[in-house]
Write a protein that binds this ligand. Structure first.
Ligand code: SF4
Length: 104
């Protein structure tokens, strides 16, 4: 599966939603996640993310993000259409430790 990682938080550009063939993104207030059981590993969302936040879970060190995506894809609503990203998205792009500060 692919997973959404830290830099999505507070950036939430949502370009990924437009390209996912199986609509497997779920939306929290500050972040999106991918449902690991629904993702078909096509990879098209990865280069679309302006924040470079989407990675294959085969990359090392992403266990935490696989767990976050798995847990919150069950709790948050499905999102199938792109919305307006936060007006201040650029301000948060690249900030370290966003999960601890802002995750919701
Ligand atoms: Fe959707 Fe493909 Fe990205 Fe999985 S890898 S979330 S199926 S676009």
């Amino acid at each position: 599966t692919y997973v959404v990682t830290d830099n999505c938080i507070k950036c939430k550009y949502m370009d990924c939603i437009e390209v996912c063939p199986v609509d497997c993104f779920y939306e929290g207030e500050n972040m999106l996640v991918i449902h690991p059981d629904e993702c078909i590993d096509c990879g098209v969302c990865e280069p679309e993310c302006p924040a470079d936040a989407i990675k294959p879970d085969t990359e090392p060190g992403l266990e935490k993000w696989l767990q976050v995506n798995t847990e919150y894809a069950e709790k948050w609503p499905n999102i199938t259409a792109k919305k307006e990203p936060p007006a201040d998205a650029k301000t948060f792009d690249g900030e370290a430790g966003k999960f601890e500060k802002y995750f919701s």
